[in-house]
Design a protein around this ligand. Structure first.
Ligand code: AP5
Length: 184
């Protein structure tokens, strides 16, 4: 049973590593970014509301995200573990998750903070070319990360949950470090 939260700036490799580890650990990879992009693609009510924020590199308001996480963690495939990628992203989201995990008796094992220097992040994102990977939007995503998400590092450090991993290595090396952590 593995329950991990992936923290880290845009481009740190959260999605890449969570996807790989989900196969090793046989638990679902739950990415709020992927869920929101899926909603935008089908132009659901959620997608129509989220698109405006995502295209500007801003966070989608909590009222669109919190119920979505509550419902996703209640699905049967998440009963025996999960890897959360992109959630929580703000202190209110982290407080919400802490209460929810207590309610559903699913404590998180630890929080992986993937560390990568800014210049590497920008280069990775500009060469990927997702819709929100344009230079100005990437810059704003990094500002929003520093302002809203980085405080979660101390939030989880204070709860003795934080483990930092060097994300500025070849993908395979990062994966090996993560496997060593979950298998320890
Ligand atoms: P989200 O999809 O979560 O985007 P992000 O956090 O900006 O993360 P990225 O997907 O860009 O980076 P990543 O760390 O996953 O790296 P990846 O593995 O993809 O969110 C998008 C938007 O949705 C937000 O801006 C917001 O609007 C909204 N949103 C989502 N969650 C929300 C929430 N909880 N609250 C409010 N709003 C929310 O890798 C990036 C690239 O680098 C890839 O090309 C990859 O191949 C490459 N790469 C990865 N690892 C390596 C490596 N070790 N070496 C070389 N290249 C690598």
């Amino acid at each position: 049973m593995t329950r991990l939260i992936f923290l880290g700036p845009p481009g740190a490799g959260k999605g890449t590593q969570a996807q790989l580890l989900s196969k090793t650990c046989q638990v679902p990879h739950i990415s709020t970014g992927d869920i929101l992009r899926g909603a935008v693609a089908v132009q659901s009510e959620l997608g129509k509301k989220a698109e405006f924020y995502m295209s500007a590199g801003e966070l989608v308001p909590d009222d669109l995200i919190l119920d979505l996480i509550r419902e996703r963690l209640a699905e049967s495939d998440a009963a025996d573990g999960w890897l959360l990628d992109g959630f929580p992203r703000t202190i209110p989201q982290a407080n919400f998750l802490e209460t929810l995990l207590e309610e559903i008796k699913q404590p998180c094992d630890f929080v992986v903070n993937l560390e990568v220097p800014d210049e590497v992040l920008v280069a990775r994102l500009l060469s990927r070319g997702r819709e929100d990977d344009q230079e100005e939007v990437v810059k704003n995503r990094l500002v929003v990360y520093r302002d809203r998400t980085q405080p979660l590092i101390d939030f989880y450090r204070n709860r003795q949950k934080l483990v930092s991993v060097d994300g500025n290595q070849p993908m395979e090396s990062v994966t090996n470090d993560l496997k060593a952590l979950v298998q320890a």
